[in-house]
Structures are given as C-alpha cells and as structure tokens.
Design a protein around this ligand. Structure first.
Ligand code: NAD
Ligand code: UD1
Length: 334
C-alpha cells in the first residue's frame, strides 16, 4: 500500500517525500513539473538512498492518467500538494488558478472515490484567515480571502468538508501552513522561485548570492515590536514531518479537520535579516520602502490543536532556517 503524493517534486512535497521514505512508507509521486524539476526526484533518491521512486509526470486535472495510477497501484492515502501558489500571478490570471487548483482537486477526489481511497491530507494555507483581528490565530477563527489563490484554498476546504459530510468514511486533514522556509540539510533540495522572488527568504538568499542588489523592507510603521511585519516562519522539514502525523491521525479519525502548522512564534522582517546575517556571516543590504498592498502587520499560529491532536510540534530554530536556506541557495546558484 502506497501514499500518493501529488506535487511531490515541489518544495514542500519533496521534503515530505523524504520524511515518508525515511519512516518506511511506500510512496508514489505525481507532478506535471509546471513549477519543479525532474532533478528533484533524483535528489530525493540520493538523500534517502533509494534506488527507485515511482514517478508519473501527469497533470492531476487529467482523470484518465490519475485513474491509471490508481488502477496500477494500491493507494492507501493521498497527500495533495499539487497546485499553483503565486499570489500576485493569481490576481492577474485568476482563471488559471481556479482552473488548475480546483480541477486538479475535484478530479483527484472523483478518482479517489471510485477506488474507495478515503484518506486525504490537503495543503491549505494561513492565507484563509484573511486579516485576523487578533493573534495567535486559532483554527476556529473566521476565514476570508483577499486574492484568487487564497480563494481557491478556501473553496477546496469547503469542497472537502462537504465530501466528508456526504461520506462518513472519508477523512481529511486540512493543513494550514504558515510561512515555510529553509531547506533539506544536505543542500540538495529547497526552493528556487521563478523570476524575482515575492517571498522574504528567497529574496534574502538572492541578495546574499549577489543576484539581487538590495532587499526592500515593506514598511516599518506597523504596530509590531520594530515596525516591520511579523510572520510565523517554519522550517520546511518540520512542516514535512507534520504530514506524517496527519497521515497517522486520519488513519484513526474520519471527517474533516483543520490544523495550523506553524511554530507559534512570530519574527519581524528585521529579526529575519539580523538572524540571517549572524548565522551566515553575510551582510544583507536593505532599505525601508512603502508597505506592500494587502500585507498585514502580524500573522502567527496558535499550534496547540496540532500539538494535542497530531502530537506534532516544530523543533527547528530560526538559526536552522537561516542556515539551511543559505546552504541550499549557495549550492543552487553557484
Ligand atoms: P511548489 O510549487 O514548489 O509545489 C507544487 C507542485 O505541484 C509543483 O511541483 C508543481 O509542478 C505541481 N503542480 C501544480 N499543479 C499541478 C497539476 N495540475 N498537476 C500536477 N502537478 C501540479 O509549491 P510548494 O511551496 O511546495 O507548495 C505545495 C502546496 O502547499 C501548494 O498547494 C501551495 O499552495 C501550498 N502552500 C504553500 C505555501 C508556501 O509558502 N510554500 C504556503 C501555504 C500553502
Ligand atoms: C505570502 C503570501 C501568502 C502566503 C504566504 C506563504 C502575499 C501577499 N501573501 O505571505 O498568501 O500564504 O506568503 O507562502 O504574497 N517582505 C519584505 N520584503 C520582501 C518580501 C517580503 O519586507 O521583499 C515582508 C512582507 O511585507 C512580510 C514578510 O516579509 O511582512 C513576509 O512576506 P512573504 O514571505 O511574502 O510572506 P507573507 O506576506 O506572509
């Protein structure tokens, strides 16, 4: 019996694949490589010392191809990472996002139902909390979205909830990630965004490597300890491990459940710059500019529910995140 990982060649999926293999699970990866590279599969093999990993270069929107995977393999559960995730692009090309993210999930769920595969872990995002009135954020906080990407996540959450209501045998762990950064210790896998990065850590590493000149800090007049935006950064390996706990949870619990995957600690932009500089002994030139439209002051998780129900807790430090992000970037860009 295998765990099917959709989007398993991507940033979080590849790290999760490693954790699953290391825990003795059989895995199958499906990814259309629209935002990833086939080399990642080779690197997962290298890191885990595995001879072969079943990999299908298919689009999850294609029912025929997904059906073929389910026909030819015994799949006990699915972790569904496949999706487009660039917030800015989703505003410019909403149809692309609604089409890909919704169609792939609907197709996957239809095929799973056909083969009586009832266990799903879904990659959601803290973006579904919109602009929270208070922090830390609990799972029962109101949800809302500010861009098409976020709306696809919330729509999918609702679809999965309805599927669980209609089929009491179905179980879904919906994981709301906060801000994943870092990379595997080996430096072999990590995140390389297309074009100029939008997110903070990829921008910092590209400044560090000399590809970009200076980091723009978006606003220093927020009501936070130093005026810059505060987020819950989580090491991607901690996040990956959370998926193992979520799989264990859905083995024994039916129905739909949401979980925050964050550390519960918020760091500001200046905290991150300082930590990165200290850990890696590199200066990051930066300038303060206007706030980025749509940004919120503070966003961090209350991870109590995940600690209690999933028996999961993030353990890696901000120093680990800064070290591993740089370790990967310097190898990837040189
Ligand atoms: P990623 O882009 O690195 O990985 C997603 C993978 O899915 C890519 O390899 C891409 O090629 C593949 N993919 C996309 N559409 C597909 C399709 N139709 N069929 C097959 N493969 C497809 O992104 P990631 O950072 O690893 O994110 C994984 C999931 O977690 C996404 O759903 C994302 O929205 C969600 N998420 C990510 C973050 C983050 O900051 N990275 C935060 C919250 C939620
Ligand atoms: C972004 C996404 C969000 C997604 C999350 C995790 C946007 C508007 N939101 O959120 O939907 O769930 O990533 O993937 O893109 N910053 C700078 N300079 C930069 C880049 C960022 O100062 O060049 C600041 C931001 O203002 C923010 C912090 O760094 O305060 C983190 O930004 P980012 O990494 O983009 O993540 P989020 O804004 O949390």
């Amino acid at each position: 019996m295998a765990v099917l990982i959709t989007g398993g060649a991507g940033f979080i999926g590849s790290h999760t694949a490693i954790e699953l293999i290391n825990s003795g699970k059989e895995i199958i990866i499906v990814d259309n490589l629209c935002n990833s590279n086939i080399n990642t599969i080779e690197n997962i093999k290298k890191i885990t010392n595995t001879n072969s990993i079943p990999f299908f270069e298919y689009d999850c929107c294609c029912k025929k191809n997904l059906t073929k995977i389910f026909e030819e393999n015994e799949i006990e559960s699915v972790i569904h990472f496949a999706g487009l995730k660039a917030v800015g692009e989703s505003v410019e090309k909403p149809l692309k996002y609604y089409s890909n993210n919704l169609k792939s999930t609907l197709t996957l769920c239809e095929v799973m139902s056909k083969f009586n595969c009832n266990k799903l872990v879904f990659s959601s995002s803290a973006t579904v909390y919109g602009s929270p009135k208070t922090v830390p954020i609990k799972e029962n906080f109101p949800t809302s979205t500010t861009n098409p990407y976020g709306t696809t996540k919330l729509m999918i959450e609702n679809i999965l909830k309805d599927i669980c209501l209609a089929n009491p045998d179905f179980s879904v762990a919906c994981l709301r990630y906060f801000n994943p950064i870092g990379a595997h210790r080996s430096g072999l896998i990590g995140e390389i965004p297309n074009g100029i990065p939008n997110n903070l850590m990829p921008y910092i590493t590209q400044v560090a490597v000399g590809k970009l000149k200076i980091l723009s800090v978006f606003g220093n007049d927020y009501p936070t300890h130093d005026g810059t935006g505060v987020r819950d950064y989580i090491h991607v390996v901690d996040l990956a491990k959370g998926h193992l706990n979520a799989l264990k949870y859905i083995e024994n619990h039916n129905g739909f459940e949401t979980f925050n995957l964050g550390t519960g600690v918020g760091y500001s932009v200046l905290d991150i710059i300082k930590a990165f500089e200290q850990v890696n002994n590199i200066k990051i030139p930066y300038k303060i500019v206007q706030r980025r439209p749509g940004d919120i002051a503070e966003c961090y998780a209350d991870p109590t529910k995940s600690q209690k129900l999933l028996n999961w807790k993030a353990t890696l430090s901000l120093e680990d995140m800064c070290h591993d992000s740089w370790n990967f970037a310097k190898l990837a860009f040189n």
